[in-house]
Design a protein around this ligand. Structure first.
Ligand code: NIG
Length: 409
């Protein structure tokens, strides 16, 4: 497939890099008046129109006045869930906090009850609606967590649905086991016993059945402590599951530090973080991931994303698509929120939503930029005036054509 007359080809890499940090996040390599050639699933080549390849191509697309983007890499979602939680949305409007709702047995535990009574087939059907939705929003690679099962059988149900999404959708999918998302009520407050069961009962089965790439813990006051997190990440590591951590969402939980200790591929949320967390992340291989949709939806503080970049750190943005803190998987909207509320510039937001998101899923060698040999996951925009118009027009649908793994969707 040859795409010609591209007004601006975004995020072009001659020398592919795995992630972008600090001041480099404000740089974006773009080609004006460009062409791009795919070969099967992959990007074969690209260049400027004065040096266009000649020959017979299976398909030619004229992208005059349009931009071509690498697909978004959404590295933090919980998009496999049953039903929805709009009653809690109303409770929040009426003054209850996320934690108060959780303490009353709502929140994650409510989603776990719904998931328990939903068949695997129905769960897959509901999740696929969200998958189709995020594909239309421009996402090409996604991480999906379990964590609404909270017992072996229901966690396996979720993870099998994630595996089926990976097999049956055009998305590139990474799967995360998040048994430590909330304490099930049948444990009567005994977190230690549940952590034991995660370590002894769940991790061995999930790892043996190769149902997860990563292991995650909601390290937060009222959920799982640093000690619980340490034990779970340690056990996961022994089974080859690399760490991710829900860190510092509601308090300075220590989640960042324990994540870095285990060389987590990412620590996510980070609303409550400062210099100690920045120091811990500095010179580590761990990607800080911020979730601007959760702060927006819960009307809570935003992660100090700009300060992290100014400190020299890399940064990724993800949607956090879930029924409780962000019922949206719209990565373009997340970029707008990051610009508006976290003061990122457009280039930083694009780097955060593409190459750095790919890094947080261990996919940046094959996804997240326009680079020869990378997977042809792209979208062609409608005619748009400028790069800045993308976060600016925060609610406009700008995508015209979606190409995933080299095929028009
Ligand atoms: O990343 N904070 C923990 N987990 C999700 C919310 C899950 C839910 O409320 O259902 C998050 O925000």
């Amino acid at each position: 497939m040859l795409i010609t007359n591209i007004k601006l080809l975004i995020q072009v890499e001659e020398q592919p890099c795995l992630r972008v940090c600090g001041a480099d996040m404000s740089r974006l390599n773009n080609l004006e008046n460009a062409w791009l050639l795919t070969n099967g699933k992959f990007i074969q080549d690209f260049g400027t129109m004065d040096r266009m390849p000649k020959g017979d191509f299976e398909m030619e697309i004229d992208a005059s006045d349009c931009f071509v983007f690498p697909s978004f890499c959404d590295c933090h979602t919980h998009l496999v869930y049953a039903g929805s939680r709009e009653q809690e949305f109303i409770d929040k409007i009426n003054g209850l906090s996320y934690q108060e709702i959780a303490r009353r047995g709502g929140g994650i535990l409510h989603s776990a009850q719904l998931l328990h009574i939903t068949s695997e087939e129905e769960l897959f059907r509901q999740a696929m609606e969200r998958v189709r939705e995020i594909i239309a929003f421009g996402t090409g690679a996604v991480e999906i967590k379990s964590g609404y099962g909270l017992n072996l059988e229901d966690e396996l149900k979720m993870l099998r649905v994630i595996q089926r999404i990976a097999n049956e959708s055009p998305l590139t999918v990474k799967s995360t086991f998040l048994g430590a998302h909330a304490l099930p009520s049948e444990y009567n407050g005994d977190t230690k016993e549940y952590v034991n069961d995660i370590i002894n009962e769940m991790i061995p089965v999930i790892a043996t059945e190769e149902l997860a790439d990563y292991i995650d813990v909601f390290c937060e006051t009222g959920f799982f402590s640093v000690e619980d997190t340490d034990r779970i990440l340690n056990a996961g590591m022994k089974y080859g599951l690399r760490a991710k951590v829900h860190a510092n969402q509601l308090s300075f939980s220590g989640g960042v530090q324990v994540g870095v200790k285990y060389n987590a591929i990412s620590v996510d949320h980070l609303e409550s973080s400062g210099i100690k967390e920045f120091e811990s992340l500095n010179n580590s291989e761990t990607m800080p991931v911020v979730l601007p949709g959760a702060s927006f939806f819960l009307n809570m503080q935003h992660a100090p994303a700009k300060q992290m970049i100014d400190y020299g750190l890399p940064l990724a943005i993800a949607s956090n698509y879930n029924p409780g803190s962000c019922p949206s998987g719209d990565m373009k909207f997340m970029m707008s929120l990051a610009c508006i509320n976290m003061k990122l510039n457009t280039q930083q937001a694009i780097n955060a939503a593409t190459i750095n998101g790919a890094y947080a899923m261990d996919l940046s060698h094959s996804h997240g930029s326009i680079s020869k040999g990378k997977v042809a996951n792209l979208f062609i925009t409608k005619p748009i005036p400028s790069l800045d118009s993308i976060p600016y027009s925060f609610n406009s649908q700008i995508i015209d054509t979606i190409i995933l793994k080299g095929r028009i969707i």
